[in-house]
Design a binder for this molecule. Structure first.
Ligand code: PGA
Length: 246
């Protein structure tokens, strides 16, 4: 199982101490085989990486610029810079960045530049509420996957996070039946796009908490979770891990 903590625009240096319980958990035998990745804001990447130095917890960025070289892009960070400070993962195509203007073409360029630096990509896909109501979910997922992976080579370094955009931060999650179907559809789409994606990891994200995770984890084909709000509090995040492993 893979657990990704997405801190979004939260946290400062004082919050690093709150990671002690998760470091402790990661060293327990029972949780030896889980993969833990923390994605703080850029400002905390280096500090968090140092904090995790004697543990197996990785750090990831929440985004990157599409340009692989240095350049005149005020306020941006590219994958080369992320790599240089020991970042291992990068989230690409998050719903909040899609809302800010990231389209499939930009996402495709970001993926290529991240893979070029040997970063592992966490690619977020998912439909809006409007698209869900219009029964366009499968079509949207297909479009997002196909376009984002256009001419992408090292696809085995991509983890897919299915995050229905209407489920993020709302406390609402998809019905089990719908989620089961969507995961099956995603799996089929991935294989049709590239056979190497046969064993790709698929995570679920969107309002995951310690109560609903017990149900979601039963769904076949879900290999982990991308957690936003609940990951800001170590106790809540640990609860999610424990409830989904027991
Ligand atoms: P949430 O966010 O868990 O707060 O819904 C998930 C995400 O945006 O990755």
């Amino acid at each position: 199982m893979i657990y990704i903590a997405n801190w979004k625009m939260h946290g400062n240096s004082r919050d690093i101490e709150s990671l002690n319980p998760i470091i402790k958990l990661s060293k327990q035998k029972k949780y030896r085989n889980i993969k833990l990745v923390y994605c703080p804001p850029y400002t905390l990447l280096d500090l968090m990486k140092r904090k995790f130095i004697n543990s197996k917890i990785h750090v990831g960025a929440q985004n990157c610029h599409f340009n692989s070289e240095y350049g005149a892009f005020t306020g941006s960070i590219n994958s080369k810079m992320l790599k240089s400070i020991g970042t291992k993962y990068v989230i690409i195509g998050h719903s909040e960045n899609r809302t800010d203007g990231d389209n499939d073409l930009i996402i495709n360029k970001k993926i290529k530049s991240a893979l070029q630096e040997n970063l592992k990509v966490i690619l977020c896909i998912g439909e809006t509420l409007f698209e869900k109501r219009k029964k366009l979910t499968k079509k949207i997922l297909k479009k997002q996957i196909k376009n984002s992976l256009y001419k992408v080579k090292k696809v085995e370094n991509i983890i897919f996070a299915y995050e229905p955009r209407w489920a993020i931060g709302t406390g609402i999650i998809p019905k089990t039946k719908t989620l089961t179907k969507n995961i099956i559809d995603i799996k089929k789409i991935l294989i049709s796009v590239n056979k190497k994606l046969n064993s790709a990891k698929i995570l679920y994200g969107g309002s995951v908490n310690s109560q609903n995770v017990k149900e979601i984890v039963k769904i076949k084909g879900i290999d982990g979770f991308l957690v936003g709000g609940a990951s800001l509090n170590s106790k809540k995040f640990i609860d999610i891990i424990k409830k989904s492993i027991n």
